[in-house]
Design a protein. Structure first.
Length: 66
C-alpha cells in the first residue's frame, strides 16, 4: 500500500484527520517535527523571498574549499 503524509496547519485540522482515520480504521502515527522551529522559520523566509523574486545568497562553488 501507499503511505500518505498530511501536514495539518491547525489543531482543528489535525483533530479532523485523526477522527477520519479512526472512523475508517486506518492506522496512523503522530509525532513532533524533528526540526528546530527557528530553522524552519529561516527556510520558510528564504522560500518566500525566492517566490518574491529576490536573489538570495550566492556561493562560488569553485572556491568553496579554498
Amino acid at each position: 500500500m501507499e503511505t500518505m503524509i498530511l501536514h495539518p496547519q491547525t489543531k482543528k485540522q489535525l483533530n479532523a484527520l485523526k477522527a477520519v482515520a479512526k472512523a475508517l480504521n486506518v492506522a496512523f502515527e503522530t509525532g513532533e517535527s524533528p526540526y528546530d522551529p527557528a530553522f524552519v522559520a529561516e527556510i520558510q523566509k528564504g522560500e518566500q523571498a525566492r517566490k518574491e523574486g529576490k536573489k538570495g545568497l550566492r556561493v562560488d562553488v569553485d572556491n568553496l574549499w579554498k
